[in-house]
Design a protein around this ligand. Structure first.
Ligand SMILES: [Cu+2]
Length: 116
């Protein structure tokens, strides 16, 4: 019955890989223009993988920096361009984001990561 062993291993792998919560994905598009983000409030749920598109519809370059507990995450896009960032929503709470380009201090918002 030596042939049973690999079969049992495969069965175990199938069982293990079907356990655990499914990985949910969330796609968010945020527009940056002079001098604001639209929308300025983003939402995600704990455990999601977030794919964020920064769409710069303005003429100036803009950036978006999230202030997460684990550290800042930044992307930037020139006028008329897009930039994409992915991150896991792995801590619940409200976290500020802002544009770090000098003189763009009014460009800011918040992302709320809620528990499911
Ligand atoms: Cu800006």
């Amino acid at each position: 019955m030596r042939w049973l062993r690999p079969l049992a291993s495969i069965a175990l792998l199938v069982i293990l890989s079907s356990c655990g919560p499914p990985l949910h994905e969330r796609s968010i598009t945020i527009e940056a223009t002079e001098m604001r983000f639209i929308p300025d409030k983003l939402e995600a749920t704990l455990g999601e993988q977030v794919f964020l598109t920064l769409r710069n519809t303005g003429k100036l370059g803009h950036s978006l920096t999230f202030q997460f507990p684990a550290g800042d995450r930044t992307i930037s896009a020139q006028g008329g361009m897009e930039a994409i960032m992915a991150f896991p929503a792995n801590v619940a709470g409200s976290f500020r984001f802002y544009c770090s380009v000098p003189g763009h201090a009014g460009m800011e918002g918040v992302i709320v990561i809620s528990t499911p």
